[in-house]
Write a protein that binds this ligand. Structure first.
Ligand code: PMV
Length: 316
């Protein structure tokens, strides 16, 4: 039996806009999925909490598992069966990337059990095959963040790049609304896109500018500016129709408790809100707890700037 782990994620800037080619910033968090895999079994099976499926079944999770395994088999030529068991230590369906974390953990563990050389590109593609079953048109940001330790810059169709982050980020995460289906929210946004293309592109353009501003704020360690970007992104998400009264109330409560900025994270329609805190998440967590909202703190560690690839040879 071998095991592998993958992270859940927070989208700091750019959910939904990322589906239309806009850059997004996301970061893995220290909660996620662990998969245990065993080869030498008669048929491929997946056990996820109380649910158990065989890869040949017709349920959505069986089809996703089959799509993932077929990808690994096609790439490696290894058609052996594998039994996988997954545990999750973050809530599902609330925008924290549970599905992508499960997929990445399964792909890594299955590769290890089957003796397949698991490079990142293979795991990424296999996990995206899983994601496609659940939501049809994933941008890939969840899977990319599930595989990365720190913040990433993600543009659909390109390899994600690690983002320099001069100061660690202290975030409070609230489960502010009921779970919502990502594919339903993505469909809702697509309807808006089809209805008013001009205004939609302007909005997406503004989110792209916010992503650029947030990227430089991260690099400088300017948390006040990053908080402003969170708030402005939340307004754009409200304009896209994916926010809810509960999520907005949680954002206002967080700002009232001293957060530098707050926004929904993930597909919206319910689910999670993140608040950027100044030093400690305690005041925001307490304010949410008074509302009866379940919440936890998450840290995104500072990450160094890459070395200058072309230092000036004439410099002293
Ligand atoms: O599945 P969620 O809630 O983490 O949302 C994924 C992010 C979206 O931008 C809404 C969809 C996508 O594929 O990028």
């Amino acid at each position: 039996m071998v095991s592998a782990r993958a992270f859940g994620k927070l989208i700091l800037i750019g959910e939904h806009a990322v589906v239309y080619g806009c850059p997004a910033i996301a970061a893995g968090i220290d909660k996620g999925a662990r998969a245990w895999a065993r080869a030498g079994v008669p048929e491929s099976r997946l056990s996820l909490g109380v649910s158990q499926v065989a890869a040949r079944d017709s349920s959505e999770s069986a089809r996703a598992f089959r799509a993932l395994l077929e990808h690994l088999q096609a790439a490696s030529g290894n058609r052996s069966a594998v039994a996988v068991e997954v545990t999750l230590d973050l809530p599902a369906g609330v925008g924290l990337g549970a599905s992508a974390a499960i997929a990445v953990a399964i792909a890594r563990a299955a590769c290890a059990a089957l003796g397949i050389q698991a490079n990142d590109a293979l795991v990424l593609k296999a996990a995206n095959a899983w994601e496609s079953v659940f939501h049809g048109n994933p941008s890939g940001v969840d899977v990319a963040a599930a595989m990365a330790a720190g913040p990433i810059w993600f543009v659909r169709g390109s390899a994600p790049s690690p983002l320099p982050c001069a100061r660690s980020l202290c975030l409070a995460v609230a489960l502010a609304g009921p779970p919502a289906a990502t594919h339903r929210m993505v469909d809702l946004v697509r309807q808006l896109h089809d209805l008013e293309q001009g205004r939609f592109s302007e909005r997406i353009g503004r989110v792209g500018e916010l992503a650029q501003r947030a990227k430089s704020a991260l690099a400088r360690g300017d948390l006040v500016e990053l908080g402003r970007c969170f708030d402005a992104n939340q307004r754009e998400l409200e304009g896209l129709g994916v926010s809810t009264a509960e999520l907005e109330h949680a954002c206002r409560t967080a700002r009232g408790a001293g957060a530098l900025g707050a926004k929904l994270t993930g597909a919206g329609g319910g689910g999670a809100v993140i608040a950027l805190c100044d030093g400690s998440a305690e005041d925001v967590l307490q304010a949410w707890s008074r509302l009866g909202v379940q919440a936890f703190a998450a840290e995104v560690a500072a990450s160094p700037s890459p070395p200058d690839p072309d230092p000036d040879p004439g410099a002293p």
